[in-house]
Design a protein around this ligand. Structure first.
Ligand code: AMP
Ligand code: DBH
Length: 550
């Protein structure tokens, strides 16, 4: 690629996506972390090595399977169809599918042509989807027809009306006024130009702390390294049968080690339509599942249900738990209840992932959130002034390494504060490090609510509530919750003279603005004024301690 062409190339790192300085990239290559693999390439390799092994199972409503050869061919045919419709290299495609086989087909088709999937969650609604489509200039949006009682085709029509760049809506199922995804595949023609390993492969979502979710550019090289590292730590191989219980679009079930890790290893990924024991346990039995990943509230439900289960869960070898803090008491109960090993995982879509290890002693597994994948993951634990705290004390976690981004996509102003000058990502997590190098998550410095692994940025919800004509001011904070870990509480100050408002009306207002249901405040409380800090900002600290009374 010539230098003067580079700035026009949407895939090239450094254009829309800040990237690793050359000396770091060289070091990660020399260490063998970045091996020049691509997603499209590794699927092709697996299809050549083990064409008839089952790669993917979608059990509902009728069981469908894909061998490696079928998945590979399907990706090629879909890629050809997307190309024929004018979707090409660097184009963004917002993908909002539940755990269905088409999710995996579409992702690999887009990888093949170098178009970038943008991973929306099934729970996202008009506000989030419109933002993803307009901010990324998406050319296509892929949806199910109906999911969990919601008609995504109607949402798609509304978003399309508002988003000039959006030329295509592809629907899995009955397309309504849009295009059926099943009409897209066609015969592959000549060989295409495929993306390079150092290029951006997709945009993942951040849980975020700001008014709008930030997008995370991940390259083939860096993400595939995290898959290989995760596979090694978790013992994933061609015999692994992994249940994708959480939404497939989330970074944890995608990569820790997730369905992408399992496909990289030549194993089998089984998609679970819902993660409750009534749905998942029969699948564990029928599909002889060996491994899965759960957020803490689900791990609790599985732990409760395990001993009474009518199904045979004996194939289960390892359950990973992460996404939010898992209590020591709950962690102690999982292994006996499910008859398998526990591994804690503390990760982030921005990069760094920590795991407890299979050879860690039991206390370490239940009391820590693990240690980094890579010896080249750099960890700093600092105080508010940015100085390293003494070993063993807690502070804010900063990290830099071979699979941690150097900046969000098209967000230079935010990047200036979210990263240090020398490229460390400020995770916003408060951690301490044990003598064995394991991290214990002690809390959080960032303004975020972690609702059982689903992250909510208070600012996003505050902005919505502020648009209510009766609202003068609002602040959204976390309250402790036995089941979810945290729930959200909105403190609302009404305008003078505004009529009375019920909590339920505030919740309805947020829901009707079209956001994911998990962002609707769990509790609403009306107050006369919000406490302030010395310089007149709202004191979230005081509000959080007031919220402890709940
Ligand atoms: P995101 O940036 O949206 O991918 O969310 C990542 C964040 O989830 C981390 O920075 C932590 O705050 C939180 N998190 C993930 N795993 C754990 C865990 N095992 N324990 C505590 N917090 C976690
Ligand atoms: O919470 C997360 O984002 C997360 C948790 C565990 C993650 O991204 C991961 C593992 O990879």
């Amino acid at each position: 690629m010539t230098a003067d062409l580079a700035p026009a190339d949407p895939l090239a790192p450094g254009v829309d996506s800040p990237t690793w300085p050359a000396e770091f990239a060289a070091r990660y290559r020399a260490a063998g972390h970045w091996r020049g693999e691509t997603f499209g390439g590794f699927l092709r390799e697996r299809a050549a090595e083990r064409p008839d092994r089952i790669a993917l199972v979608d059990p509902a409503p009728v069981r469908r399977t894909w061998t490696y050869r079928e998945l590979d061919e399907r990706a090629d045919r879909l890629a050809a169809g997307f190309t024929a419709r004018g979707i090409g290299r660097g184009d963004r495609v917002v993908l909002q599918l539940p755990n269905v086989g088409e999710f995996v087909e579409v992702v690999f088709a887009l990888f093949r042509i170098g178009a970038l999937p943008v991973y929306a969650l099934p729970a996202h609604r008009e506000t989030e989807i419109s933002h993803f489509c307009s901010f990324t200039g998406a050319v296509a949006y892929v949806v199910p027809d109906l999911h969990a009682g919601f008609d995504h085709r109607v949402l798609a029509s509304r978003v399309k009306e508002r988003t000039p760049s959006l030329r295509h809506v592809f629907v899995v199922g009955d397309p309504g006024e849009h295009t059926a995804l099943s009409d897209v595949p066609c015969e592959p023609v000549a060989r295409r130009e495929e993306p390079e390993p150092h290029e951006v492969a997709f945009l993942q979502l951040s849980g975020g702390t700001t008014g709008v979710p930030k997008l995370i550019p991940r390259t083939h090289d860096d993400y595939i390294y995290s898959l290989r590292g995760s596979n090694e730590i978790c013992g994933v191989d061609a015999d692994t049968r992994f249940l994708v219980a959480l939404p497939a679009a989330h970074n944890f079930p995608m990569s820790s080690p997730g369905w992408l890790g399992v496909l990289h290893a030549g194993g089998t990924a089984v998609l679970c339509p819902r993660p409750d024991p009534a749905t998942a346990f029969p699948l564990v039995e029928r599909e002889r599942i060996t491994m899965t990943g759960l957020v803490p509230p689900l791990a609790l439900v599985w732990t409760e249900a395990g001993p009474q289960a009518e199904q045979d869960l004996s194939s289960l070898e390892l359950v990973l738990v992460g996404g939010a803090k898992y209590s020591v008491e709950a962690a102690r109960r999982l292994e006996p209840a499910l008859g398998c090993r526990l591994m804690q995982v503390f990760g982030m879509a921005e990069g760094l992932v920590n795991y407890t290890r299979l050879d860690d002693d039991h206390e370490t597994v239940v009391t820590t959130q693990g240690r980094p994948i890579s010896e080249d993951d750099e960890i700093r634990i600092v105080d508010d002034a940015g100085l390293d705290v003494p070993e063993g004390e807690f502070g804010q976690l900063l990290t830099r390494g071979p699979y941690t981004i150097r900046g969000y996509w098209r967000a230079p102003a935010h990047n200036a504060t979210a990263f240090t000058e020398d490229g460390f990502y400020r995770t916003g997590d408060i951690v301490r490090r044990t003598a064995t190098g394991h991290l214990v998550v002690e809390g959080r410095a960032k303004d975020q609510i972690n609702r059982g692994g689903e992250k909510v940025a208070p600012e996003e919800i505050e902005n919505i509530i502020l648009a209510h004509p009766a609202v003068h001011d609002v602040s959204v904070v976390a309250v402790a919750d036995d089941y979810l870990g945290e729930r959200s509480l909105a403190y609302v100050v009404l305008r003078e003279g505004a009529g009375p408002l019920k909590p339920v009306a505030v919740k309805r207002f947020v829901r009707e603005r079209g956001v994911a249901a998990y962002k609707v405040p769990d509790l609403v409380e009306f107050v006369d004024a919000l406490p302030q800090t010395g310089i007149g900002k709202v004191s979230k600290k005081q509000l959080r301690s007031a919220a402890e009374q709940h």
